[in-house]
Design a protein around this ligand. Structure first.
Ligand SMILES: *Cc1c(COP(=O)(O)O)cnc(C)c1O
Length: 488
């Protein structure tokens, strides 16, 4: 497909700016002034509309395709939450609306939503207080580990390490490193969860905490969790719950009751708002009572007369971690979603996400190797090692699925599983959709026996077939005018 720049014809116009009615300022210093015209594409309105409409049709999205990306929870995108987010009373509100004469903030409705979400997420996760500010799961992790560090500093604990299982999402060790800790990676055992014996050897007084996803990225719930919690608490370490997989346990068990001290929730995974394309997201962080003084400011508090105010009076707070109140629109969608579903609806999420994943596991285990052959939670991890022996790797199966109008599952993650195919159907897919996916996966296996070479020029249905992904990641160049020097 041609780029919009390639469609440009000199002099063609889609829109004309009105003539300026203020004096042209000559105050831009000489060295910052453009030497020649900006190379905007010159196109008609029809060119623009058709170009971007066609481009949008090349996209995969949950509105158009099954999207079984493990660890990402690409569930459906309910439309009523979009309606709520588009209400002018919410989307036209400005975070620094003036105060009333009596000092009351005019943003009462928005503050009410943020305050109520604090209470709802605390109830759902078993924590004592939440901040809605973090802008994604990874940002929530950083906030949580900064709170951990502030706690240890206040306790005068000298701590150096954060323990992370080898199946963890890459953001966990990255977070620990950015917050100034060294990470200790602990291996998974044959059943797919953190190895307790190895963990014992790593626990000492220098351990600040342990970051755990539960169920983990193998889709397995750790039955030793209370033992692990006790081991970490015994050295005054803190337990961090990576909540990316919360949909697997919603309404069934609460991280706070298990003994976790800090939790992040990915609103864009568990509570509506799919996040393909990188956002926006929201990663609220909840803490137990002893850590509440360290939460970011401002915190939203309620007066006796049911009005809300921003409270900055937390001297031990880690400070600001985002401007204003975080991604308010995403919090608002999650709030509407939770109210609409209610307790029974939230429990149905965990029921169906676990049922759907186990259905796929049972249907496909005759064809694909299962490294952890046991009941899974909301996602299951297969390995294409047998297909790979015939020359068909996980990436080839992914490309085959693209040609059959299905988004591939996550491949090559978690790192603990060779040729990993990590499948999360989510709770919102029908049996017919799951059966279609199963059929295509079985077809891929059959084709790996009858004609393995046929995989290697796939996908055939896309604009670009097999980009050099390593080069694309390391030498990213998205600038059409890249050959020009920056000062041109
Ligand atoms: C998605 C994910 C994260 C990071 O969350 P983002 O919102 O993408 O920043 C962390 N841990 C796990 C297990 C995840 O699946």
């Amino acid at each position: 497909m041609e780029l919009i720049f390639e469609k440009s014809v000199a002099g063609r116009r889609g829109y004309l700016l009105p003539k300026t009615d203020v004096p042209v300022s000559a105050s831009i210093p000489e060295q910052f002034q453009r030497k020649r015209d900006c190379p905007f594409p010159e196109v008609t309105e029809l060119d623009v509309v058709r170009h971007f409409t066609r481009l949008s049709h090349l996209n995969y999205s949950v509105d158009t395709h099954f999207y079984p990306l493990g660890s990402c929870t690409m569930k459906y995108n309910p439309k009523f939450t979009e309606q709520v987010a588009a209400m002018p009373q919410f989307c036209e509100v400005h975070p620094i609306l003036p105060q009333l004469k009596n000092g009351e903030l005019l943003t009462q409705g928005a503050l009410f939503v943020l305050y109520e979400m604090d209470k709802l997420l605390s109830e759902i996760t078993g924590m004592d207080a939440f901040t809605m500010q973090p802008l994604a799961g990874a940002h929530g992790e950083l906030t949580g580990v900064m709170i951990m560090a502030a706690y240890h500093k206040a306790q005068k604990n000298k701590k150096k390490y954060i323990i992370v299982p080898d199946a963890a999402h890459g953001t966990n060790p990255a977070t620990a490193a950015i917050a100034g800790y060294e990470t200790i990676s602990v291996k998974s055992n044959a059943t797919g969860v953190i190895d307790i014996d190895q963990l014992k050897q790593c626990i000492n007084d220098d351990v600040a905490g342990l970051m755990l996803t539960c169920p983990n990225t193998h889709g397995i719930f750790n039955m030793d969790i209370d033992k692990i919690t006790k081991m970490v608490h015994d050295v005054d370490g803190l337990m961090y719950y990576d909540g990316a997989n919360l949909n697997a346990i919603l309404g069934r068990c609460r991280p706070g009751d298990i003994g976790f001290d800090i939790v992040h929730v990915n609103l864009h995974k568990t509570f509506a708002t799919p996040h393909g394309g990188g956002g926006p997201g929201s990663g609220p962080v909840g803490v137990c009572e002893k850590l509440a003084p360290y939460l970011p400011i401002s915190r939203i508090c309620k007066r006796d007369n049911d009005t809300y105010f921003l409270n900055y009076d937390y001297p031990q707070s880690i400070g600001y971690i985002a401007s204003f109140y975080g991604n308010f629109g995403i919090v608002l969608r999650a709030y509407a979603y939770i109210l609409q579903l209610g307790k029974e609806g939230l429990m149905a999420i965990s029921d169906h996400s676990v049922l759907n994943a186990n259905y796929l596991r049972e249907q496909l285990k005759k064809y694909y190797h299962l490294p952890y052959d046991r009941i899974c939670m909301h996602e299951c991890v297969f390995s294409a090692v047998e297909q790979a022996q015939r020359g068909v790797h996980a990436i080839d199966i992914a490309k085959f699925l693209i040609d059959h109008d299905l988004h591939p599952p996550t491949v090559y993650f978690p790192l603990t599983v060779k040729e990993a195919l990590m499948i999360e159907p989510t709770e919102s897919e029908s049996k017919e959709t799951l059966d279609l996916f199963v059929d295509k996966m079985i077809q891929a296996d059959e084709l790996s026996r009858s004609n393995p070479a046929s995989f290697h020029d796939r996908p055939k249905t896309t604009c670009i077939s097999r980009p050099d992904e390593v080069k694309a990641a390391r030498e990213i160049n998205t600038n059409y005018f890249a050959e020009e020097k920056p000062d041109d």
